[in-house]
Write a protein that binds this ligand. Structure first.
Ligand code: 3PG
Ligand code: MG
Length: 390
């Protein structure tokens, strides 16, 4: 791992320092018997079949264990809390934490888990009353939810106003790795972007271009770019209201932006086909094509730092997994320093058995992009302000 970044180093101004677990122990004297609220990102991929819900990748739960164990070892009563999916402010059994609670009980027996934070509109509304409810009876707060720290939601930014607070181990390591990547990457530095949360990501691409030397764009987000270049995209997913943004990005980009030159998808009759960058009517693009995958693989092999966020296609379906697999293999094979961010890309790597062959797997997709873009996150700012308040 690279040297630690400035943000966790002790610094002259207290307000610049993000408290660690050790700082929290110092602030509370002892953790023995103290109730500690740990905000985790247990927003894990689920598979539902009839009445049973299965977690398809528990990486985000396992990532919180070092922090939970550290607290438990010191006698703390740990209460975890997370969002799951996007239930929009009211209880919805589809997003119940039951499956997560069962897995957590196997991995960390005796640790509590509250119900889905997003069942309450106060969470996304960043309602102070909801934050106060969360810290009632709580002695200290730990944010270990890196993947949600770009959201200014009540459970992320509220508790540091009320109780001694700290960053957990996962959050701390994520920030260290990504800030080093942002401030002193070995060059060339390339970012490979894909995935489905297109509008979340479009906003950061402009700023990311200041940091990286090149971008490669696949996944569902490529179709908005292909449309911006004047290509027909058939029935592929795209964001009509973002086409103009993409057009301007492409026109003003001072660095190369690699876009797909071929696409694999379904034709209007439902047959798998390889198309050029122009898709016929009714055709739906679901993966980058073999030529594009080879090109992106070469870009990864020739770089010295690579950040990859978002699968290149609908890899859950083996017919559309090849592009993601080629990029994943290049990530594993390249000599570059490699970081993979986001639940779906991490799940893809795990599925291909390559998770141990990259330098860092981040638990956050949107959060890692925003940290690379801005160098800070609402969740980190809240911990710093909390520490300054003392
Ligand atoms: C994620 O899965 O990216 C995080 O858990 C954040 O979820 P959100 O995009 O629904 O806020
Ligand atoms: Mg995500």
């Amino acid at each position: 791992m690279p040297d630690s970044a400035d943000s966790f180093a002790p610094s002259g101004t207290r307000s610049a320092h993000i408290p660690t677990l050790e700082d929290l122990e110092g602030a509370l004297g002892s953790l023995d018997g103290q109730r500690i609220l740990v905000r985790t990102d247990f927003n894990v991929p689920l598979e539902r079949e009839g009445d049973t819900t299965r977690i398809t990748d528990d990486f985000r739960i396992r990532a919180a264990l070092p922090t939970i164990q550290w607290l438990v070892d010191r006698g703390a009563q740990v209460v975890t809390a997370s969002h799951l999916g996007r239930p929009k402010g009211s209880p919805d059994p589809k997003y119940s934490m039951d499956a997560v609670r069962a897995r957590l009980a196997e991995l960390a027996p005796g640790v509590e888990l509250l119900e889905n934070l997003r069942y309450d509109p106060g969470e996304e509304g960043n309602d102070d009353a909801f934050a106060r409810k969360l810290v009632a009876g709580i002695d200290g707060y730990v944010n270990d939810a890196f993947g949600a720290s770009h959201r200014a939601h009540a459970s992320i930014v509220g508790p540091p106003r009320y109780v001694p607070s700290a960053a957990g181990r996962q959050l701390q390591h994520e920030v260290e790795v990504l800030l080093v990547m942002r401030t002193k990457p070995a060059r060339p530095f390339v970012a490979v972007l894909g995935g489905a949360k297109v509008s979340d990501k479009l906003g950061v691409i402009g700023a990311l271009l200041d940091t990286v030397d090149a971008l490669a764009i696949g996944g569902a987000m490529c179709f908005t770019f292909l449309a911006a270049q004047g290509n027909s995209i058939g029935a592929s997913l795209f964001e009509p209201d973002q086409v103009e943004t993409c057009r301007q990005l492409l026109a003003n980009a001072s660095k190369p932006i690699h876009l797909p030159s071929d696409i694999v998808g379904l034709d209007a009759a439902g047959n798998v086909q390889t198309f050029g960058p122009r898709l016929p009517d009714g055709a739906k693009g679901l993966d980058i094509g073999p030529g594009t995958a080879a090109e992106f693989g070469d870009v990864v092999m020739d770089s010295r730092t690579v950040f990859w966020n978002g699968p290149m296609g609908m890899f859950e379906d083996p017919r559309f997994a090849a592009g993601t697999k080629t990029v994943a293999r290049a990530m594993a094979d390249t000599k570059a320093f490699t970081v993979v961010g986001g639940g779906d890309s991490a799940a893809a790597l795990a599925e291909f058995g390559l998770a141990d062959d990259v330098d860092w797997v981040s638990t956050g997709g949107g959060a890692s992009l925003e940290l690379l873009e801005l160098g800070d996150l609402p969740g980190l700012a809240a911990l710093r302000v909390g520490a300054a308040r003392g």
